[in-house]
Design a protein around this ligand. Sequence first.
Ligand code: ATP
Length: 508
Amino acid sequence: MWNGSRRRSSGMTERAIPGQDRHVPLWPANFVSLGVLGRGSSSVVHRAKSTTFDDVVALKVWQRSLTEDERIRFRQECSLHRRLSGHPNIVRFLWADAPADGSAWIATELCDESLDDRLHRSPPLSGEDAFELAEDVLSGLAEIHRQGHIHRDIKPGNILLRQGRAVLCDMGIAKPVDRHTLNAPAGSPGYLAPELGRGRQPDRRSDVYSAAVTLYGIFGENPPDGVERLLTRATSSEPADRPPDAGVFLDRLQAARAKCAAPSAEDTAPRPGEHGDRGAKPTEVDTSTTEPLTRPWEHRPGDSSPPRSVRRALMMLAVIAAAAGSMAFLESRLDNQNASAGVGTKSPTIQASSPANSSSPVPSTTRTATTPASSATATITSQLQSLYASKCMTVHGPSFDNGTGFQLWDCINVLEERWVLTGDGHIKGLAGKCLEVRRGPRTEEAGTPVQLWSCADTPAQQWSLTSDSRLVGYQGMCLDVRGPETANGTPIEMRTCSGVPQQAWRFF
Ligand SMILES: Nc1ncnc2c1ncn2[C@@H]1O[C@H](COP(=O)(O)OP(=O)(O)OP(=O)(O)O)[C@@H](O)[C@H]1O
C-alpha cells in the first residue's frame, strides 16, 4: 500500500510502482494499491482502492507518461470506452487521466478473472456456458461495431469474466503509437487476421476473425457442428467469406445454438475436452441466415434454470434496484435536510429557484444556505444537460486534490449523471455530495473550477436556475462549458454571466 507520499501539483505521488522500472512511474493520487492483478506489455493492472469513493477498482497504470499525440489518442479512446460502458458486455469505465508529468492510468470495474485464465483451469466450460460466453463476446463486439468502431485486439486475455458473464476490455487505449509501432498491425499473434500481415487495414472482418479464434478456445477442440462450420467460415483467409460484422456473427451463432438445442431437451453441446460421442450430431445449420431468431433453448422442457431472457430481466431489475437504492439514499438525505430547513415536498418538475420570469441571471450573493430562496419548493432528480454541448454533467472523479471532479460527458443515463436541485439551492449529485465553486484561483480567461464536495451551508454551494436556463452560483457567476476536452470529458467552470450558449443548461 502506498500513501503519505509527497504530492505533486499534478495530483501524482512520487513513489514508483513496485515491480516496475523505478525511474518511470508516478503513482496516481487518490488510489491505494491492494496488489497486482496482471501485467500488459506497457502497463501494470492493480487491484486498487479509490480513497475518494472507497470503491475497489481495477487500475491500469502505464509505465511512463504519454507523448502529446498519445494523450490525444488516449482521450479519444477513453471517450469511446465510456460511451460503450453502458453495454453489459463491455467492462465499465470509471475514471482516467494522462498527466504530462506522470503515468497515464485508467480505472475500470473490477472483474473476477480473464477468459484466458478461465480456459486454463478446471473444470472445463459446459456446453451451455460456452455458448453463453461466446454470445457475450460477440454481443460486446457487436456494440463496438454498431457504434462505428473496431476493437483490433480481441483475444481471451482482453476478455474478463464478471459473475460468470464475459465483458470486453482493453479498447486499444493508448497503445503506444511511435515510429516503431505506427505501421505495425495492432493485435496479438495467433488472433490476428491474415490480411493484416499482408498490409491490409483492419476492419470489422478482421475483428470477426480474432473473435472466431477466441471462440475456438471457448468451445474447445470439437465445437458442435453448426458452430464449427460457422467458425471455419469466420476464420476464412478471405475476409469477404466471413460474417460482415459481429452482429451478423452473433445471429448465426444463435441460430447454430438453436439447432443444437432442438433435437432433445438434453444439453447436446460437447464440453471442451470432451471429444467423445459425435454420433448424435445436431442438425447442421445454414450459417448464412441473418433472419431474426427465436431462441428455443430458452424454453426447453426440463430446463430448471430460468430462460436467459428472464435471467437478463432479473439482472436488469437488480441493476435498477441498486440504482434506485442509491437515489433513495440520496433523496432520503435530501428529505432530512429539507425537513430540517422547513422546505416543502419534492416535485419531479423543474422549477426555477430564482424569481420567476427573470430573463437575466440573478446574482445569488445575497442568499445563504440558511435563507432558502422564496420559491424554492421544487427538487429535481434528473440529468443536467448543457444545451450548448448536448452533453451531461457527470461525476467523474477523482481528479482534484480536494473534492471530486465532474465534467461533461455524452448522456448515457447512469447514476453519475443524476442530480437533485434541492429546495434550498444545493445541487446534489452522487453520494449526496454538493456542487461547489472552488475557492480561487480565478481568472477571467480560465474561469473558476467547480467540484463535488460534502454539502455545507456555504455560499459556494448555492445555486439558482433562471428562467433563461442559466445556472447561477457564487457571486452571481454562471456555470459555463469550456474546452479543451480532456481524457475526463469537457471541463465546466464558473464565469461572468454573459448569455453565451455555453451557459445554457436544462434538467431533463
Ligand atoms: N478490470 C479488471 N478486473 C480484473 N482483472 C483485470 C482487469 N483488467 C485487467 N485485469 C488483469 O490484468 C491483466 C493484464 O491486463 P492488460 O489489459 O494490461 O493486459 P493485456 O491486454 O494482456 O496487455 P496489453 O494491454 O499490453 O495487450 C489481465 O490479463 C487480467 O488478468
